[in-house]
Design a protein around this ligand. Structure first.
Ligand code: UD1
Ligand code: MG
Length: 447
């Protein structure tokens, strides 16, 4: 039997431990907000409803949730996680099926792990909690168990010393059928140290009513809950470790894995070779056989087969490198198409440009793409030789096979096959240097 699924994503907390003007759940891990991680987890679980619970004054979270296509429920006051789930009840309407509660401050849960929760629920448990074992249980809620059964969750603040020594903890993920949201949740009170309505209390209430709750285990690195900047850094580390591992398993060489940084959407094909100290921003695809040398910063770029980048290259949004191209040291590119076999080897800025096949762009070439108001395009044909230290003042077109002499400020289009020289003619003054030096020495002596 196929069970309908809904997700309630809790994102209304006060974020006080984060000490930030940005809401906690909008802080990013792997280049994507924690809220977006929860939304994509819900989507991966094929939920028919995804409701985000937002605080009434969290306009930034509301906006982000809307952009992520989530339904929005408002929690008027932050009275605790149970109160937050109940805030979603109205929007849930007559939904009938299984509900999972996701905490938007827990970004690293994998879909395989969430599926285990649903499977366990579908095997006739009344509620299923995702637990994990840790040597540092700190402020996590502790799972009180009897064999496979879960009888209660005790918040760390409420726990006895004996309970605090339990290493089995609550990840925050809990799943139950839609009936429980209507029946059990309203039985939760706020008679505790924080004066909050704890969602976790539903397990004890259900157990006392003879309903069976269970737990399934998650790997600890997936369930890290982010409450502070320190936790955010730990989550980022954990995400990076996962990406590095996945890349290497997919046949990518990482010369020094711990110094390579990925975004959630980085794609690197088999047999690409990535050196130390490389940072991949959002939206990067690296094709097979490409080599990225050390100290490169790459975002919004597509790098084709066999291309070489760096060391010390910065590829910005919209950089598309064709096959067997080379973008070398201290080169910055932006919004540029560099076609097969072309080399931009040293010290250049190439922005808003199209460069044909098999060109050589000399050291120090700059596309002057901006006049302080608008951006303009540079179009270079194929087999063009651009001499070193050329400034190409856009908009400009350089025809196929053209040759630009070094040091030119090129302001006019250059027809195919022609030479363009745009620099002052050289002047030679024979013996001038000797005479100059002699005169200087004489002057020094007479002082
Ligand atoms: C919670 C759990 C704890 C678990 C831990 C896992 C409860 C009572 N405790 O503690 O057992 O081990 O997560 O990380 O559930 N939120 C609201 N409205 C509120 C309060 C919170 O939407 O009124 C949201 C927060 O934005 C957050 C989530 O619920 O996304 C969890 O709240 P948080 O304050 O972080 O709970 P923890 O103390 O971490
Ligand atoms: Mg938390």
């Amino acid at each position: 039997m196929v069970h309908k699924r809904a997700a309630i994503i809790l994102a209304a907390g006060k974020s006080s431990r984060m000490n930030s003007s940005l809401s906690k759940v909008l802080h990013c891990v792997g280049g994507q907000s924690m809220l977006a991680w929860s939304a994509s987890l819900a989507r991966a679980a094929n939920v028919s409803r995804a409701i985000c619970v937002v605080g009434s004054d969290n306009d930034d979270v509301k906006e982000a949730a809307k952009n992520l296509g989530l339904d929005i429920a408002i929690q008027q006051q932050q009275l605790g996680t149970a109160n937050a789930v109940m805030a979603a009840e109205e929007i849930l309407g007559d939904f009938s099926g299984n509900i999972v509660v996701l905490y938007a401050d827990t970004p690293l849960i994998q879909i395989e792990t969430l599926e285990k929760v649903f499977t366990s629920l579908e095997n006739k448990s009344s509620a299923v909690v995702l637990g994990f074992d840790t040597s540092e249980p700190n402020s996590y809620g502790r799972l009180i168990t009897e064999g496979d059964r879960l009888t209660a969750i005790v918040e760390a603040k409420e726990a006895s010393p004996d309970q605090l020594s339990i290493s089995l903890c609550n990840s925050g993920i809990i799943a139950f059928s839609s009936e429980e949201i209507h029946e059990t949740l309203k039985k939760i009170n706020n008679d505790n140290i924080k004066g909050e309505y704890y969602l976790t209390d539903m397990i004890k209430i259900m157990s006392e009513e003879g309903k069976v709750s269970t737990f399934v285990m998650a790997p600890q690195h997936e369930v890290l809950g982010v409450n502070s900047r320190k936790d955010l850094a730990l989550a980022e580390n954990s995400f990076q470790a996962l990406m590095r591992n996945n890349a290497m398993e997919a046949g990518v060489t990482l010369r020094d894995p711990s110094s390579v940084y990925f975004s959630y959407d980085t794609i690197i094909e088999r047999d690409a070779d990535i050196a130390a100290n490389v940072v991949f921003g959002l939206d990067v695809k690296i094709s097979t056989g490409a080599i990225i040398y050390p100290f490169c910063d790459i975002e919004g770029s597509f790098i084709s087969e066999g291309s070489k980048v760096g060391p010390f290259a910065r590829l910005r949004r919209g950089s598309v490198l064709g096959k067997n191209t080379k973008v070398g040291n201290f080169v910055e590119t932006k919004n540029v198409q560099i076609n097969e076999g072309t080399k931009v080897n040293h010290l250049s800025y190439i922005g808003d440009a199209e460069i044909g096949e098999n060109c050589n762009i000399g050291a120090g070439t700059i596309t002057c793409n901006y006049d302080g108001y608008k951006k303009y395009k540079t179009i270079i044909g194929k087999n063009v030789f651009v001499g070193t230290n050329s400034s190409l003042v856009a908009p400009i077109k350089i025809g196929d096979q053209a040759f630009l002499g070094s040091g030119g400020v090129i302001t006019d289009d250059v027809p195919s096959g022609s030479l363009a020289l745009a620099r002052a003619k050289q002047v030679i003054k024979i013996d001038w240097a000797h005479r100059f030096r002699k005169a200087q020495i004489k002057r020094k002596k007479s002082n």
